[in-house]
Design a protein around this ligand. Structure first.
Ligand code: SF4
Ligand code: SF4
Length: 322
């Protein structure tokens, strides 16, 4: 019997999600034995025409990582959607917009100007900025167009499931592959990790007080957290209360507060506003001046609260004024 065809594709990706597949170590051999990999740009040399040759739905499942920013990304993911029975958004960038989504604080024009004209390391006296079409020595050259915003995968195509994380941990990947091969998947649209908050599985949960009191914000860059005590209770911003569990608490166990790569819990909807709400009710400041002084210690609120989810935020570009 023919093995199910599986594709891996990357859009605006750092390559970490591809590494996560390799992190399956020897277990990748079981996966390779059970499926027929038909696309994996980081590792295998398949061409566009190979995929174009497939019938609609001929690929059993396609895992797509990275955020969607270029016209080329859109063309590929639309084609893969047509050719695939299942599409899985793989990793934070595809699921939520991810770290590349922080660029949505700027327009595409601002980004291109900063990169090609204003950066101190740029020597570009003619002010050349990449264009989608150009003519050089009589030849027409095409580049992918850059959209104004980074988008999640499900803003561009229909997505069946989400594998969260930056990058998704090997155990979740194996569970997902096993569930697909056995036909034991949860309802369409599910995020393939537990529907509870990280605090519920956190080894420091017992030291998290019922009523939090935060009168000063601290940063791991300048202060050392106590590894035995809830980080939020110590004043380090930790997104555990508004973030989905399933990561194995890897950051917490490495003495690092949660940064939220698994995305919001089903109840939180928006990670940043949920945490702001929890923090806002935890201070003891009794004047607006002292509250403002505490808030000033919260460095980089957008990059902290929406490090992985700005394109999914209900505030989106309005956050520029936070
Ligand atoms: S989710 Fe993380 S590891 Fe995966 S492509 Fe995005 S930044 Fe890289
Ligand atoms: S706030 Fe962070 S450190 Fe505290 S219990 Fe939740 S996940 Fe753990």
């Amino acid at each position: 019997m023919a093995k199910p065809k599986v594709a891996f594709y990357w859009c605006g990706s750092c390559g970490g999600c591809e590494e996560a597949v390799v992190d399956l170590a020897e277990k990748i051999l079981d996966v390779v034995a059970a499926v027929d990999i038909v696309l994996w740009p980081v590792a295998l040399d398949f061409k566009l025409k190979d995929i174009e040759s497939y019938e609609p739905g001929e690929i059993a499942v396609t895992f797509i990582n990275g955020s969607v920013r270029l016209s080329e990304h859109e063309e590929w993911v639309k084609m893969l959607r047509e050719k695939s029975q299942l599409v899985i958004a793989f990793g934070s960038c595809s699921h939520l917009g991810g770290i590349p989504g922080l660029i949505n604080m700027n327009t595409a024009q601002q980004v291109l100007e900063n990169k090609y004209l204003k950066s101190v390391s740029v020597d570009n006296a003619d002010g050349v900025i990449p264009m989608p079409t150009n003519s050089v020595d009589g030849y027409d050259l095409d580049l992918p167009a850059v959209w104004n915003s980074v988008r999640r995968l499900d803003e561009v195509i229909d997505v069946d499931y989400y594998l969260p994380g930056c990058a998704p941990p090997p155990d979740l990947i194996l569970e997902a592959v096993g569930a697909i091969l056995k036909g034991e998947l949860p309802p369409k649209g599910s995020v393939l990790s537990p529907a509870k908050s990280l605090c519920e599985s956190c080894p420091l949960n017992e030291s998290k007080p019922e009523d939090l009191t935060i009168d000063e914000f601290k940063r791991v860059a300048t202060s050392q957290p106590d590894p035995e005590t809830c980080y939020l209770a110590q004043g380090f911003v930790c997104l555990g209360p508004s973030t989905r569990s399933g990561c194995g608490e890897r950051c917490i166990r490495a003495n690092m507060p949660c940064r939220g790569c698994f995305g919001p819990t089903p109840e939180a909807m928006d990670q940043g506003t949920k945490l702001i709400s929890a923090i806002a009710s935890s201070g003891t400041s009794d004047t607006s001046e002292s509250a403002a002084s505490v808030a000033e210690g919260f460095v980089d609120p957008v990059g902290t609260l929406y490090r992985f989810s700005l394109p999914s935020s209900i505030l989106k570009r309005g956050l520029k004024n936070v």
